[in-house]
Design a protein around this ligand. Sequence first.
Ligand SMILES: [Fe+2]
Length: 185
Amino acid sequence: MAKTKSPKKAPAGKAKTAKTLDPVASTSRIDIGITSADRKEIAEGLARYLSDAFTLYLKTHNFHWNVTGPMFNSLHVMFETQYTEQWNALDEVAERTRALGFNTPGSYAEFIRLTSIREESGADGVPDWKGMVQQLVAGNEAVCRTAREVLKTADDAGDDPTVDLLTQRLQTHEKYAWMLRSLLE
Ligand SMILES: [Fe+2]
């Protein structure tokens, strides 16, 4: 006759408690050849960059929805091309911040606090198409200025992946600023 095993009782008083990660201890364990102070400065810069980029993304999508006038079709399509590209790029920036050992902003409240770009309302009233294009030129230029600042910090710290990422973003946003600016000439 086969023996049946009786279920083992867990020893009393030995229940495991969930470990909470200490963010300071967690980041100080990272050893990728960039000092913790440099990683922190780059992460703070990336948070400001992400806030600018997210605010510009949202504004471009807002204008895609709310644009009117004789330029409707071309602007509706142009804005869609730009906000789609921008949306996909946000993820890379946020995940670079995580790879450096820091959390990334992810809420409207944080983005509004950190961005250098003024938000635009949608349903409560939007500018005409020219005003939209002017705002998007200014927004793309603002993103470029922030990217340049952070790129300098990353370059000084030898953080090539962040330099590479921001170089690509600069190429795109400078191109978008040029295309939009051309509509006003
Ligand atoms: Fe659409």
